[in-house]
Design a binder for this molecule. Sequence first.
Ligand code: DGT
Ligand code: CA
Ligand code: CA
Ligand code: ZN
Length: 578
Amino acid sequence: MARLSNQEIASIFSTIADMLEIKGENIHRVLAYRRAAETIAELPRDIHAVYEEGKLTELPHIGETLAAKIEELLTTGELGLFNRLADEIPPGVVEMLRIPGVGPKRAARFWKELGITSVEELKEAALAGKLRTLPGMGAKSEARILEGIEALARRSDRISIGVAYPTAMRLLDALLKVEGSLKGDVAGSLRRGCATIGDLDLLIASHEAEPIMEAFVELPDVARVLVQGPTKTSVELYNGLQVDLRVLPPERYGTSLVYFTGSKAHNVRLRELALKQGLSLSENSFIRLDDESEILCATEEEVYATLGLPWIAPELREDRGEIEAALAGELPDLITLEDIRGDLQLHTRWSDGQASVLEMAKAALARGYRYILVTDHSYGLGVVQGLAPEDIPRQREEIEAANAELGGAITILHGVEVEIKADGTLDYDDETLAQFDIVQASLHTSLRQPREQITQRLLNAIQNPHVDIIGHPRGRLIPDREPADLDMDTIFEAAAKHDVALEINANPHRLDLDDVHARRAVELGIKLTISTDAHRPEDFDLMHFGVATARRGWVSARDVINAWPLEQVMAWVEGRQR
Ligand code: DGT
Ligand code: CA
Ligand code: CA
Ligand code: ZN
């Protein structure tokens, strides 16, 4: 019997939670399985080892009952409870839960009342207008479900960079400590700062590959080895990520780093340039086509120089015009993390944040920031405790007290993230908005409105003279929510006309604006902000994800308001018509 992996056990537990929920079982029992699944999925070691140590019940959310279930799975490869549930509920019904907008209650009704047992059957029923025969369902909810089925088909197994990044850094750290490893990098899509990652690509320079490969497969994160060879080893981690490691001699490191950083499209262009000069470029070296002699490159700079190019930042390597710009000496002067002087979106206990104004300010100061804008949610946002208008003066007092306590080391500005309501009006009237130093407006609800309606909502906000910044403009969440169906040309036109800034939200689940839209915005002269939307002090550390997205969008520091000195930020705000 093949021993089950952490991932497989986690997936069985989360399926059990889904099945219990479809059956309408007690929510506490459902949650117990769901939390246990999370614990096991995030466990950085082999659960079998924990079991053998007799320490299963020391894991968070694992009590005696669940420990016994894990033992049953590990020792027999099966679970009675799971088998019984699987006999009762068709697998297609469980799969329906993956459709955005279909929860357990709905899935159960489709199954029990309409006899639907798969996503395919659900699609047919929706197309035939059969779902609307159920009470509480209409043509609109039917259309939603069809959209959800399409979104499900588009969704892939790619992982958010927010999950991949810390894992990659941990592995790289461990490999750099192995004797004989001279230097290393994370390559691939992660180095290019992509929002989602297919697999991790690690590169280590060393004169001897074998000891590095040996140490790699022994790392505690590694669940199984897929390929182990002299130059490349691939493994799967307990968290499900696949990792490719390559070890190169240092004199060839540059060509390899360029190759494995990609993108493929960028590499193809580099190879074409090489061929024009009578060179063949591979992951190992350049080869002169006339005499087959090799040119070795230890650094990326040497690779690009051989092609007559300046070094090109990884975030630009997508064949989106970077080769042409490099040839013309017109590469953008990209923004860096060090350019960021403040954060313009964060939440405190005045709404759904977890820390006080002072705690957040101290955390920002510790990161070298000179200013922050506190932007708690306005009060109408149903899901969170918003800031009531009568509390605004009290919040201002708290901000002033924190400013006094910090003695000017950092300036705390009083802002708000005002909700753009479903009807297109703002949550606060103009008089209320006028009290804030800077106003940010965002959409959080009714994001599936038709294009014209939702575009108009955002336009209303942009046209309001009190609104300075639009937060996370498209409302996407990675991986679960597609962006709202906004007419971005119209939004950009209005933002440029009214000099309203658009945010690149640095939270790795948002990265909104994305790279492509950020680039378009900057081309149109629109100003950007890059903010973490921090709800806790440690969220400030997410800033680099936003900066990477901006760099992918060819954004310079001058385009980004929070890369400016405070005086310039305030001059901009005051210069806007209010
Ligand atoms: P991912 O993993 O899907 O997020 O994206 P990447 O870009 O990390 O792609 P991956 O892991 O398949 O390969 C890493 C890099 O290696 C890729 O960006 C470029 C290079 N590479 C891989 N396969 C090829 C290929 O067939 N042709 C060329 N020119 N380059 C390749
Ligand atoms: Ca990759
Ligand atoms: Ca790869
Ligand atoms: Zn928000």
